[in-house]
Ligand binder design. Structure first.
Ligand SMILES: Nc1ncnc2c1ncn2[C@@H]1O[C@H](COP(=O)(O)OP(=O)(O)OP(=O)(O)O)[C@@H](O)[C@H]1O
Ligand SMILES: [Mg+2]
Length: 701
């Protein structure tokens, strides 16, 4: 195939792969460069700039290693320097041997004279080998520690970052790249060792050459420049490619995971989604391969040019060396040493360039790692603040608004409402009306962009966030099905790491009353963990657990041997158990019963009501309006704004949106009335037919 046709074919493959990505994920993600500042680093950094950055790169890995394992770092440093010095020493010893051998006189005498230098040469060889082994052992100890330290640093920062930042697209992309940075931190260690060792060997060779004849040193540099140029060019090209294709790769992996995942299994089979996904997967994989091929070809081209130039420079060096001997400027022994020095120098230089190339490539990811850590620190949930002595009598929202970063319209729009201690507040409204967002604002997860949330008059931004979170249990609409045991799935609601002594933490210094479920539950005492048993019994999760093959110890993930899959409703009972076990003053339950059967749902709402009677404050989000009757106050949201509020009876009397929605649900069961709307807007009171709005008044409150 001609070069042009090959290029056209590659372009077509890439275009098809990108089109597949667009069809499945929308948008030209593969060429979205994201928004982080050093994204042009690879195009800005010249060869000279790369070398200038070298001290910084070496310092970065030294700093990481210093934090991870100081003795190992010192051992590695000593061994690397030792190896460089032995290589210089062996060159000098070689020169000595050659000088003795090329001297005038009988051969046995010359060999005898050269013997001490020969022994020194052998000893330095042994020493170099020992130092190499020591360096390998120390580096082997150091590398995993550095990687783990970097991973833990990143994860601990990311787990503390504000939720809103975590959802920010740019930060998500940066995190993706930063995860490679933790791996880079490990690799940087061996590359840095390589750089230090090669630099010392190079310095040794350079010094020896300068001593032999000054003209040889620039020649050594001449051999290296093309190699360095090629290596940096390759590194920059590869980094640019990784950045451009990072989303494509992520999409490809996503499709791949779904093809084999348990949850996608039924649709893949019954709907034939597998064929569709495979088709796109093939095209996306082909595009990735085409890009890899393009890179390898480009690298081969660059390497060819670099090696040819280096070869020419080496040839020139030997010509100069020959001329120096011919014209009597150096003797034969010196030129023999020079040949060795040039060889060991070019080898060291080659190694140096290679290691710098690797380090440079890794350093870009490490930079992303550093940046992600810095941004995570900058947007970390603040620690400290005013302690919360007791749960407030009222939480008041004043004109609270929140807009998601990538949206124009606010998801919550100037909402003012009051939540009183021990009350049940219900949030209702159509899909997308802002209920979940409002709940997350109340939980302290998002910060209002305007307006205030006051806990007994104190702005919640002034409060200790950790203590605030400690008062809240969030039964989330998109809850986590932890791939852990049933017990861990409930306990994670109030998990305290064992190495954190309770009294070392501020929030434990402010004990809050527990529901005392375990004390009241006369069966609870029989279990290994009375609180767990009591919470589960309260949420009816005990029935789910009783049916599990290993009870509480059953792993709730089918992808592991012995793991079990739960039904949606069963999961929801576990989740309710988690919320009850957390035992917080404020329980935010976002559609907690959407998957429960009728009986379980009725029981669940009764239990939630009973929690309120015990002094817990409840924010309940539900589409089941039959259950909002028990709420002390109902707030109706529409497009983020609060449009109605009152008790169930008041709202029905008002004949507004709530009355329409309630009427529609009622009619579904009784089969009377024709209030189910046709297109869209009938949920708005003004669109609803008169009888619905009117008959709302006749409904039982
Ligand atoms: N993480 C997010 N990023 C961007 N927009 C979001 C995010 N979560 C929700 N939204 C948008 O904010 C608006 C309100 O969403 P929210 O989840 O609060 O609605 P909801 O009332 O809970 O709906 P539902 O009844 O379907 O649960 C919607 O338009 C939604 O698309
Ligand atoms: Mg919601």
């Amino acid at each position: 195939m001609s070069r042009r046709r090959r290029r056209d074919a590659a372009h077509e493959t890439i275009a098809l792969g990108v089109a597949s990505g667009e069809e499945l994920f929308g948008g030209k993600l593969a060429w979205d460069h994201g928004g982080y500042s050093h994204r042009d680093a690879h195009t800005q950094l010249s060869l000279a700039a790369t070398f200038r950055r070298l001290p910084y790169l070496v310092a970065t890995s030294a700093r990481l290693a210093w934090g991870a394992d100081r003795p190992a770092l010192l051992a590695v440093a000593a061994a690397s320097i030792g190896r460089g010095v032995t290589s210089a020493f062996s060159l000098l010893a070689t020169n000595r041997v050659l000088v003795e051998l090329f001297a005038a006189g009988p051969t046995p005498g010359k060999v005898r004279a050269a013997l001490p230098a020969l022994i020194a040469l052998a000893l330095s060889g042994i020493l170099a080998a020992l130092l190499g082994a020591a360096s390998t052992v120390a580096a082997g100890r150091l590398e995993p520690k550095v990687e783990r330290a970097a991973e833990v640093a990143l994860m601990s920062k990311v787990s503390r970052v504000e939720q809103a930042k975590l959802e920010d697209g740019d930060f998500k992309r940066l995190l993706q790249s930063a995860r490679w940075g933790t791996d880079a931190s490990r690799r940087m260690i061996s590359y840095t060792i390589g750089i230090v060792t090669a630099a010392i060997s190079l310095a040794a060779a350079g010094t020896v050459l300068t001593v032999l004849h000054p003209v040889l040193l620039p020649l050594l540099v001449l051999i290296t420049v093309p190699q360095a140029w090629g290596a940096v060019r390759d590194a920059r090209r590869r980094y640019a490619s990784v950045q451009n294709w990072i989303d494509h790769g992520r999409q490809q992996r996503e499709v791949e995971q779904h093809l084999g995942s348990l949850s996608s299994g039924p649709e893949i089979r019954v709907h034939g989604a597998g064929r569709y996904l495979l088709h796109h997967y093939r095209r996306m994989a082909a595009a990735s391969e085409a890009e890899e091929t393009r890179l390898v070809r480009a690298e081969a081209g660059t390497d060819l040019v670099a090696s040819s130039l280096a070869g020419l420079a080496t040839g020139l060096t030997y010509v100069v060396l020959g001329w120096l001997v011919w014209t009597g400027r150096t003797d034969l022994a010196a030129s023999g040493t020079a040949v060795l020095a040039v060889r060991s120098g070019t080898y060291a230089l080659g190694q140096l360039v290679l290691q710098i190339q690797y380090t440079y490539k890794q350093s870009l990811f490490l930079e992303d790692f550093n940046r992600a850590c810095a941004i995570a620190d900058e947007h970390a949930i603040p620690t400290g603040g005013r302690p919360i002595e007791r749960f407030p009598d009222e939480i008041r929202l004043e004109k609270v608004s929140y807009t998601y970063p990538d949206r124009d319209r606010p998801a919550v729009d100037a909402v003012s409402l009051t939540i009183r201690r021990g009350e049940i507040i219900a949030l209702v409204g159509e899909n997308g009306s802002g209920k979940t967002t409002l709940a997350k604002l109340v939980a302290g997860l998002y910060r209002p962009h305007s307006g205030r949330i006051l806990w007994d008059g104190t702005d919640d931004t002034e409060l200790d966030r950790d203590q605030l979170f400690d008062r809240v249990a969030l039964i989330s609409q998109s809850f986590v099905e932890w791939p852990f045991t049933a017990a861990a799935n409930v306990r994670i609601g109030r998990a305290e790491p064992e190495d954190e002594a309770p009294d070392a933490r501020t929030k434990a210094a402010l004990p809050r009353p527990r529901t005392g479920l375990a004390a009241e539950d006369d069966q609870a005492g029989h279990g290994a963990d009375p609180e767990l048993e009591a919470a589960a019994r309260y949420a009816e999760a005990d029935q789910v657990v009783d049916e599990l093959p290993r009870g509480w110890d059953t792993l709730l993930d089918r992808s592991y041997v012995g793991g079990v899959a739960l039904s949606g409703g069963q999961w929801q009972k576990i989740l309710l158990g988690r919320g009850v076990y957390r035992d917080a003053d404020l329980l935010i339950a976002d559609e907690p019963t959407s998957a429960l059967d009728a009986r379980a749902e009725i029981t669940a709402f009764e239990k939630i009501r009973a929690l309120a009677d015990r002094g817990h404050t409840i924010v309940l989000i539900t589409h089941r309006l039959a259950s909002t009757r028990m709420a002390d106050r109902i707030y109706v949201l529409d497009h983020g704004a609060l449009v109605e509020q009152g008790t169930h009876a008041e709202l029905l009397d008002g004949g507004g949106q709530y009355a329409v929605l309630f009427r529609m649900q009622k009619d579904q069961y009784t089969g009377v009335g024709k209030t189910v709307p046709g297109a869209g807007g009938a949920l708005h009171p003004e669109h609803a037919n008169g009888s619905a709005a009117h008959s709302g008044e006749e409904l039982p409150a």
